[in-house]
Design a protein around this ligand. Sequence first.
Ligand code: NAI
Length: 214
Amino acid sequence: MEERLISKAVISRLPVYLRYLGELKDEGVEKISSKELSDLMHVTASQIRQDLNNFGGFGQQGYGYNVSNLYNEIGRILGLDRRYNMILIGAGNLGSALSGYQSFENRGFSFKAIFDSNHKLVGDSIRNIPIMDINVMPAFLENNKIDIAVIAIPKTAAVSVVDTLVKCGIKAIWNFSHVDLDVPEDVVVENVHLSESLMRLSYNINERVKEGAE
Ligand code: NAI
């Protein structure tokens, strides 16, 4: 299927479509109209049609969408039809939670090693994923094909560790450290800031409070 240049807004909605379609698939639903999908997702049917038309549209007039086909196609567009090898930098609170989460594995994202500078953690493991000394990371990367590096270390340390990762050929970074990374153009970075999501929640709480007071 031919794909055009897709806006970031559409791409950010694709994982949401995938989540709902996955649930429908698990419930054994075979087809769904854009109206039914829109009721479920609380977005307009025209938004759904517009979004999916970016990829040539998957629906058939009078039939709706085949849930399983649409799920597979969106998964393919999101690159979920392959597996990714990942390493994690930082085995602290956040790193332990990320590497302990089995569902990433089920989606095709597999942690192969964890690196930390704290010698008390080195030699240990999380879900059988070994925690190694950060100093051996370049050698590990030379001998293992790693697609994604996950950064869960303090921002003071992140910049130099990311420099090393880039020098070792890493092309994708999932960054949880609160620092803007300056990387070459051929390296993709996805920043995650949970506190921004919390701030959006606090904004919405306060909007509700204001509405109630009017
Ligand atoms: P933590 O202190 O529990 O863990 C940090 C780990 O990084 C420690 O094990 C430490 O030994 C290791 N470390 C420090 N320097 C290192 C280096 N140069 N190389 C390898 N390992 C190194 O901290 P926590 O709570 O896990 O947070 C980690 C980072 O993630 C912090 O910068 C925090 O601000 C950030 N964070 C971001 C969130 C987000 O939504 N983006 C949410 C929570 C934390």
